[in-house]
Design a protein around this ligand. Structure first.
Ligand SMILES: Cc1cc2nc3c(=O)[nH]c(=O)nc-3n(C[C@H](O)[C@H](O)[C@H](O)COP(=O)(O)O)c2cc1C
Length: 335
């Protein structure tokens, strides 16, 4: 953090510094909002004061039953923060991020967008942000090579989080059992179910449309967290080659959640670049008993599990998915 603050001051003190104009700030926030968020709640608020972009969580968008402490809310904001930084770099700027700056605990981050030299834009990176999506259709049987899994874990750990791929068969089996236990906890809790259901086919620019929920249960994993939708999925019985990566940190607090969100975004964008598909699986983390069991058994207490993601391959030439909606800029950015 201290290093980042020093960086910020150097950037501001340099007489050749060009500060990003409002049109760039607006474009960056729009791109940041393409980030994934739990149930597409888009729980972020941005503010630009002519100097820095401030990111806060929107507490009214927290899932009060399934996310009482705001873990998924903050992870979603962390993903948007990484998207903002990634977009700024792709457009040739030199973003400087201050995480959890002192003085106002509602502020998750401040981002200064300026540049001291010309950098060519990276249109492929902007395209990547538009291409990334949550595809819940069945993965193919193609295995994710160990070196690719390790590379994705390294991308995540660069954001000072812990990341481990669950590759051992006994661990994978145990994780499936825990995921099933977590689903049972959801199914017998009418408040949780109702909350989740309320984010499906929601009017307005938020939530998950049933066009994005598969229309057929996977015979090998018949229980998903969402009800069936109308997205056509294969009827083939596939022993899917996907793998799970567990992301976490030494502590279960706001700072760790924010970094896990950044790591999630970085990992997801690079997986998309490599042609892989990523689907978060947060149900076993939302249920405290299964979360603790994952930490104790699968991770041997090495770190606090904060997010699980499935990574795998989708069929080549599959039908492109419609994009989930995003709220208009004026609703999320004050300036
Ligand atoms: C913290 C977090 C938790 C999520 N949990 C799940 C999940 O358990 N199951 C799932 O299918 N998608 C999950 N998602 C994916 C979101 O539903 C998805 O990002 C959102 O609907 C927006 O769609 P998009 O990713 O296609 O832009 C999660 C995303 C985030 C950031």
């Amino acid at each position: 953090m201290q290093e980042e603050q020093e960086d910020t001051m150097t950037t501001r003190a340099n007489p050749r510094t060009e500060t990003a104009p409002m049109a760039v700030i607006e474009r960056l926030v729009e791109l940041a909002c393409l980030a994934p968020s739990v149930h597409n709640t888009q729980p972020w608020r941005w503010e630009y004061d002519g100097r820095a972009i401030t990111l806060r969580a929107d507490p009214d968008r927290r899932l009060v039953t399934s996310d009482p402490r705001g873990r998924n809310l903050t992870i979603s904001c962390g993903a948007a923060l990484h998207h903002l930084r990634f977009a700024a770099q792709a457009l040739g700027w030199e973003p400087v991020v201050e995480h959890l700056p002192p003085g106002d605990e509602t502020v998750l981050a401040r981002v200064f967008v300026a540049r001291t030299a010309h950098h060519p834009p990276l249109p492929a990176d902007i395209e990547l942000m538009r291409a990334r999506c949550t595809d819940r259709r069945r993965f193919t049987a193609w295995p994710v090579p160990e070196d690719q899994l390790a590379a994705l874990c390294r991308i995540a750990t660069a954001w000072t989080v812990d990341a481990v791929a669950v590759t051992d068969n006994a661990d994978r089996f145990r994780l499936e059992l825990l995921a099933n236990q977590a689903l049972t906890a959801l199914e017998i809790d009418p408040e949780r179910l109702e909350e989740q259901e309320s984010w499906i086919d929601r009017p307005g620019d938020e939530g998950i449309p049933s066009d994005l929920l598969p229309d057929h249960p996977d015979p090998l994993h018949p229980r998903g967290r969402f009800r069936l939708g109308v997205l056509e999925d294969t009827r083939l019985v596939i022993h899917s080659g996907d793998r799970v990566i567990a992301l976490g940190a030494g502590s279960d607090d706001v700072g760790s959640w924010l970094r896990v969100g950044e790591a999630l975004s970085a990992l997801w964008l690079e997986a998309t670049r490599a042609g892989m598909s990523v689907v978060p699986m947060t149900q076993p983390i939302e249920v405290e008993s299964t979360r603790r069991e994952i930490g104790r058994t699968l991770l041997a207490g090495a770190f606090e599990p904060l997010l699980l993601v499935r990574v795998g391959w989708q069929v080549i030439g599959r039908r492109a998915l419609p994009r989930t909606a995003r709220r208009p800029l004026d609703e999320v950015l004050s300036r």
